[in-house]
Unconditional design. Structure first.
Lengths: 423, 423
């Protein structure tokens, strides 16, 4: 029987997941791949007691990439410094690579793609995006016979957990974040998650595959969930909407939208019902129409499952270009500025209670510049907090209108975007 | 640039879909596969005007398999006679094969698998199951690193359309079927669909992949939607449930359940919300946990999309065993008899109005043999139609109880199964 010798870099949650699957499921993996997978070396800052002591231990990950016994390097360190050097060294040494590293692929994917092609290598990164939900393979191999025209994705379990909790329990953002940290759904430093950076990395990857272009991480408009207040959630709820942090890609002629922001979705939309730590990708394609997939986005065995599937692809000789097409054929993404967005909006305005009546408040504030389609209100002492669902606008026009509202009347204003998906 | 020459057998809806995609999307397919796909020959009972007259036409499909110019045969004829001979001849002649034929794979899959291995061939059949929803690839390549412990699938758009309409509009089964036929959602002879045979073929395929065993089509318990009455739908609705035709696979130690029946699902279950012509597969796996995918199950471009994806797999040299493992390693499925099912049930009883009061009707009928958890009633002249949601039972015990009900009191009885999914 064929054998693949593995060097596993990183012994955190995901590294441990991979280790456990390869151990407990060895028989079934052998049956399905006609291959014995053997971890011959690991690297980490310190060795972990769950690792068999007969396995070589390196404190420097780069040693794995230089170990001539290793056929495949699995990189689950994270970050873009050591991980990048490791991946590049492994490719140059003729080793196949699997990584769960979204930042690496989103920020340096094209560079790595060129290197893989130069050295006739292979890189699998299913685990980088949406965990065990096989969206990379679906986008690269199953929807390959389509133009991907748009997709909407919930790609960060932490943010989805927080927004779900705020909606269900009426608790505010900071309370909910603290609870998420306690339950292990959020990191001690949650910045990458709650600021939308993690979602942006994944969106850049999926958008690159969708548009056969280089990932455009640096061009993305990114908002997180940290500015969402409990009043936003409550007003949206009253209007029939839920707030979800969405990564959105839309092809718009020769350009495209690639954005990350908390959006209002009708409660009956299927993707709006994806709650808690689950990830979801809703994609529309030219021939296959709509497809929605929902799965767990994180966790050791979950992410491990995606990594081991990549390993079996290697064992079975199944491969594809990193972003689905040859690196030299990747175009530069022409990403529109968010100010050009056209669509519906939700406005939250705080109004002095003495200045206006609820009944004609919208007219008093906006005149005929904005058409309010639905309204909800929260009474708060001297103020009224208004939630308005308004007609379609160009975002830069809306920004201008809001800037020039009567400051005696409107104490503060902000907007969120509404997505009308229709699936 | 590499070229793949295609023989397309069948020029119906799906054949036309494939033809159109290969024509209109030629450039993007070339970019993604580095291959030019050229249809060099077609076969059908009569040539169609949308086919370029320079393409060879065969009235006998077998001629395609014997045409030395053809590299890949695409079989979209259907059935298991001519299609089987075509596929076998093509494999023996060293051609790669793609088929949309669920009956062929479900009934002769193991035989074909052996032939493919003998001739070092390749067969793609993504289009056979759930249309453009890439469940074959997901099961074979993405969840390969898992044991598939159970799945629940809506695999027939016609049945789902009928049940959805009955639920939404309160129209009865025959009216709804006629409407489905008028709209093109049901065939003129809808037997294969409404009797559950089509779902059974697809379930047999997915179950074979899930359990690394030969497809067990002949061992399946199959019920369709043709016995579902509008009263069933209304009572279920009142109890908080929807009725869906489900293909169900459950691993039960060394045996498994493989069944097709209309089941009651809680309205809040995500798969219960998949309506109209959409297909859905909800799968639970040992490492990746739950995954739900929803997509269009039929239509020319939709099914064509899956076929062309298979074509690109061939162009890119990506392959796998037919059912995910070598044919000689496939086990015989140990399918339990439906009478051994343990679970909740919905009972519909028609009672003489004069014989009992609603308040204690369940007690009068069942004594202490069955615990009714929820009840709903329809008053109909001299009768009461009762819908009971009852506690967990072994199916053969339940059948026995129903057989022995007081026939003076209960004019008729039937049951439907309730699935408690929890996702």
């Amino acid at each position: 029987m064929k054998k693949l010798k593995i060097g596993l870099a990183g012994l955190g949650t995901v590294g441990r997941g991979v280790y456990e699957i390869l151990k407990k499921d060895a028989k079934i993996l052998e049956l399905k791949s006609q291959t014995i997978f053997e971890i011959v070396a690991v690297s980490a800052r310190s060795n972990k007691d769950f690792v068999d002591s007969k396995i070589k231990f390196y404190s420097n990950a780069i040693d794995l990439a230089n170990d001539s016994e290793v056929d495949v390097v699995i990189e689950v360190i994270g970050g873009t410094t050591l991980a990048k050097e490791l991946v590049e060294t492994a490719i140059k040494n003729g080793k196949k690579v699997i990584t769960a590293n979204k930042a690496l692929i989103a920020e340096f994917g094209s560079e790595i793609s060129a290197l893989v092609e130069k050295y006739n290598g292979h890189i699998g990164f299913e685990a980088s995006t949406a965990g065990a939900n096989p969206v990379i393979k679906n986008f690269k191999e199953s929807f390959v016979s389509n133009e991907i025209t748009e997709f909407y994705a919930i790609l960060n379990g932490t943010c989805n957990f927080i927004l779900t909790k705020m909606g269900n329990e009426g608790s505010n953002y900071l309370e909910t974040l603290a609870q998420a940290q306690k339950l292990g759904y959020a990191e001690a430093d949650p910045t990458l998650d709650i600021k939308g950076i993690d979602t942006a990395h994944k969106l850049a990857i999926l958008s690159a595959i969708s548009s056969s272009s280089k990932p455009a991480f640096k061009k993305l408009h990114i908002e997180g969930v940290d500015e969402i207040s409990i009043e936003d959630v409550k007003l949206a709820d009253e209007l029939g909407y839920k707030i979800k942090l969405l990564g959105i890609y839309k092809k718009l002629g020769d350009s495209c939208q690639q954005t990350i922001y908390p959006a209002l979705l009708k409660k009956c939309d299927k993707i709006a019902q994806v709650d808690g730590p689950f990830n979801a990708v809703l994609v529309n394609t030219s021939n296959a129409s709509w497809n929605l997939s929902i799965g767990r986005g994180a966790g050791g065995l979950t992410t491990g499952s995606a990594i081991v599937a990549d390993l079996i692809d290697i064992a079975c000789g199944r491969s594809s270009f990193l972003f689905g097409v040859e690196n030299s054929k990747l175009s530069e993404a022409n990403v529109i500025n968010i100010s050009q967005r056209v669509g519906k909006y939700f406005l939250k305005l705080i109004i002095d209670k003495n200045s206006a009546q609820k009944t004609n408040i919208a007219e008093v504030i906006f005149g005929n510049k904005i058409l309010v389609e639905q309204a909800a209100f929260i009474d708060a002492n001297e103020e009224i907090i208004c939630g308005f669902l308004i007609n379609s606008q160009v975002e830069k026009d809306l920004t201008e209108i809001l800037k020039n509202l009567d400051s005696g009347l409107v104490k503060s204003s902000k907007f969120l975007r509404v997505e009308e998906i229709g699936f």
